[in-house]
Ligand binder design. Sequence first.
Ligand code: DP6
Length: 358
Amino acid sequence: MGEKWVWMKTAQTPTNIAVIKYWGKRDESLILPINDSISVTLDPAHLCTTTTVAVSPAFQQDRMWLNGKEISLSGGRYQNCLREIRRRATEVEDKEKGIKIEKKDWEKLRLHIASYNNFPTAAGLASSAAGFACLVFALAKLMNVKEDESQLSAIARQGSGSACRSLFGGFVKWIMGKEEDGSDSLAVQLVDEKHWDDLFIVIAVVSSRQKETSSTSGMRESVETSLLLQHRAKEVVPKRTLQMEETIKNRDFASFAQLTCADSNQFHAVCLDTCPPIFYMNDTSHRLISYVEKWNRSEGSPQVAYTFDAGPNAVLIARNRKAAAQLLQRLLFYFPPKSDIDLDSYVIGDKSILEDAG
Ligand code: DP6
């Protein structure tokens, strides 16, 4: 190996939104959850991370830049992902460039990593899911790792739990697994992105402020203090997951909306049941819920499902483009821009949808 080469790969990974939430770990360092979860992966054009990973004999240490700013890789989560990927690295050869990296070289070679989010960080949208999934996927390409997406998801999981679900498009299930070493706690694709492609996702940015309680510490406190969480993990989620899988298979929007909203509401009820209570939603989030509930009832059948993660921003899933256009029009009227919601952020990407309201 000479000193004057750089070998690199780039990957792009979208974020995902849970419709059956992951909340609570049974193992903090391996990131093993207390229940299965199900998510939908967003269109990569709108909310995704792009990561370039490079290796060169000239690099002195592992380094990473996030949106152009250097960040520390010393945390256990990064170290776990790097270690697990290096362990699975295989030989790489590019005859044209005269590069040959043998399996044993990967332990010594240092990495440079540059990662960008294509959505405003200020929007307050979770980025760790796309970030760790993309990091693991890019490194696997660089190091010629031969494992499939599910095996890679078990590595991304050790960066951030929700990241394991971003290795696939469409609807994805994170199976909690039973093994102590976490080897069976991984993501599988339920259906691909073409299966239910008339769904339309609108993200209403209610507040771009950084949340006060991170998901990691919030769920730790819930595991320690919430009896409702124990009930949810043992009694509610196992049944609800099966129902959700059926609903997705049949593209049954009415039942999808009912299960999605119920699961989001129960997750936030668990947060309230935590001691001290955690308030992720605010008054605007509550008004949005009431508004969507009222609209769905007046239509006779649900047009929109809502779900909220560990923050006040609403993820609204419309049954089709027409419902999404009507939703946007109504949001513009009832939650005018520059008041309590930043409407520029309603539609990230294709704003022409507003013309479809009818
Ligand atoms: C509410 O995956 O961010 O978004 O595993 O500690 O990194 P860590 O937590 P994280 O938690 C996500 C919680 C959630 C629900 C979900 O995405 O399933």
